[in-house]
Unconditional design. Structure first.
Ligand code: GLN
Length: 527
């Protein structure tokens, strides 16, 4: 533990300041200097994971290679660091309390009363040490805001760790409002810092979200009242793209105070590739493509953040602009001519989802794309609906998924066999990375340029194997299958660009390594 370094990012004043983006940006700057980094996210909620949470409340559920269902911040970490993160980096209240109670029942604490300090905090520190084993520096993001009841035990564990090892740096992310241009208010930050200090933690660095860059006076005040040097107060301004933040922080030399506190080497960051991609996002060479995301949680864009980011990555690679339109699927159900809404787009994405609301609207959008040769990508539920649409409108079957109609005469989408017996809801879907064999000569194979891939999953239903022959005979191409039980993983149209995957291919898309099918999709949109 002693040769490892830890950087803790805590948020003050209000939620939603972008701690995940700040933590990812700093991790990126360390990685660009050759350090091996891993992120940890502390989430105070008592759910074991966020797999059972509604996207309306919590945003997208992100899935890791190992199948762990995690907070969407993990998507940010992976998109920035371009590496897959293991599930033990997500430490939730639910996981901790589950372990503690199980241990207590086993008799591990025999004779003792079990307490937040030291038992729960020890469990936190043990888990942090586990993650640190394989890396040089761990970035720890404390979910929520300092002062919340929910995350208090995480803050306390970090205070203890700092006292025990002294190889930590604390970053406080705050908000500095401007009452009018030039009238910046640092008082909330001053009070927030006192609160953190009262919990035994002195921030080494303060990063300020803001509407305008900090004035010299504001910086001076924060420094004087919060016990940090002026050189350790940083701007986190409004940016065109979140991917710009590492560059913005690098320019302000955030590495200097970190290196000083943690004894890091004086190395230069290699950000050349990153910079190039960011430039393509901010000022692309080619005209924008217009993409419609036809979904059911379109009121909360966070529900589809990985889909949106995968489009951003692909457009940055193709070096074209990107305009995303959010289309509420249920609105399409009532409309006479959905062309009024969809004709202005170059391509359509049907993302994943659960439950029947909006499904018929999505199926109409797929039919519209097929008949009007608009580029289409379907993701998870999107694949299932592409198959239903094909079965209905090309094969002439009265088809559906048993998720929406248990007694449909043609259940072209049905529960996976192993899902039939499941009664518990948490962590029981087909989750995480599964292999997929690609058929040569298909669009999928052309996109990946490989015979075998693996992508992440989160579903309970599949294309009913009893219908696969009939679908193929009718012209639908099955271009990817799981090697063991022939689960349909990818399907495509013959006559125009339309491809759908049972996997959530958007989850593995990173700025420096976009999802191959998204790149092909953007190129098809350009045509
Ligand atoms: N509801 C579908 C299933 O469970 C699709 C899930 C999804 O899109 N993630 O298989």
């Amino acid at each position: 533990m002693l040769d490892k370094k830890f950087i803790v990012v805590a948020g003050s004043i209000m939620s939603g300041l972008g701690k995940g983006i700040v933590a990812s940006s700093i991790a990126k700057l360390l990685q660009a200097r050759g350090y091996r980094v891993a992120p940890i996210k502390f989430d105070g909620y008592l759910n074991v994971d966020c797999g059972t949470m509604n996207p309306f409340r919590h945003g997208e559920v992100f899935v890791l290679d190992d199948g762990t269902e995690v907070d969407m911040d993990f998507g940010t970490y992976e998109r920035f660091l371009n590496k897959s993160i293991p599930g033990n980096c997500s430490i939730t209240g639910g996981k901790l309390f589950k372990t503690i109670v199980e241990k207590e029942r086993r008799g591990d604490y025999l004779g003792r009363d079990v307490q937040i300090v030291p038992h729960l905090t020890d469990e936190i520190k043990k888990r942090v040490a586990e993650v640190a084993k394989n890396v040089d520096i761990v970035l720890i993001e404390i979910g929520g805001t300092v002062g919340d009841l929910e995350n208090g035990y995480f803050v306390e564990a970090m205070r203890q760790m700092n006292y025990e090892h002294d190889n930590m740096a604390f970053i406080q992310l705050t908000y500095v409002p401007s009452l009018s241009p030039g009238e910046q208010k640092t008082k909330p930050t001053q009070h927030a810092t006192r609160l953190l200090q009262s919990l035994g933690i002195q921030p080494d660095i303060i990063i300020c979200r803001e509407q305008e860059n900090l004035s010299a006076e504001a910086k001076k005040k924060i420094s004087a009242y919060c016990n940090v040097s002026e050189n350790a107060v940083f701007d986190d301004p409004v940016l065109k793209t979140v991917y710009e933040l590492p560059l913005v922080l690098e320019k302000q030399d955030i590495y200097a105070p970190l290196a000083k506190k943690l004894g890091l080497k004086n190395r230069k960051a290699d950000l050349e590739n990153w910079e190039k991609k960011v430039k393509h996002i901010i000022s692309p060479k080619k005209e924008p493509v217009k993409v419609a995301i036809v979904g059911k949680y379109t009121a909360v864009k966070d529900a589809y953040v990985s889909v949106k980011e995968a489009l951003v990555h692909a457009a940055a690679t193709v070096n074209c602009g990107l305009e995303i339109g959010w289309v509420e699927a249920s609105d399409l159900e009532k409309m006479e001519d959905i062309g009024e809404v969809l004709s202005k787009y170059d391509g359509i994405i049907i993302p994943g989802g659960f439950g029947g609301r909006g499904v018929e609207g999505k199926i109409r959008a797929i039919q519209y794309a097929r008949e009007n040769k608009k580029a289409l990508v379907g993701l998870c539920l999107g694949l299932q609906l592409m198959v239903i649409e094909y079965a209905r409108n090309v094969l002439g079957l009265d088809a559906n998924s048993t998720e929406f109609d248990k007694h449909t005469p043609h259940p072209v989408i049905d529960l996976l066999p192993e899902q039939q017996q499941i009664s518990k809801m948490g962590g029981t879907m087909r989750l995480g990375d599964y292999e997929c064999i690609l058929k040569k000569g298909t669009l999928a194979h052309h996109a990946y340029k490989k015979d075998s891939i693996s992508e992440r999953h989160r579903h309970r239903l599949e294309v009913n194997p009893n219908y696969v022959k009939q679908l193929e005979k009718g012209g639908l191409i099955v271009s990817g299958t799981h090697p063991k039980n022939n689960i349909v993983e990818i399907a495509e149209w013959k006559t125009s660009f339309g491809i759908a995957t049972q996997a959530h291919i958007e989850l593995k898309s990173r700025l420096e390594e976009p999802a191959p099918i998204f790149i092909e999709f953007i190129k098809a949109c350009e045509k």
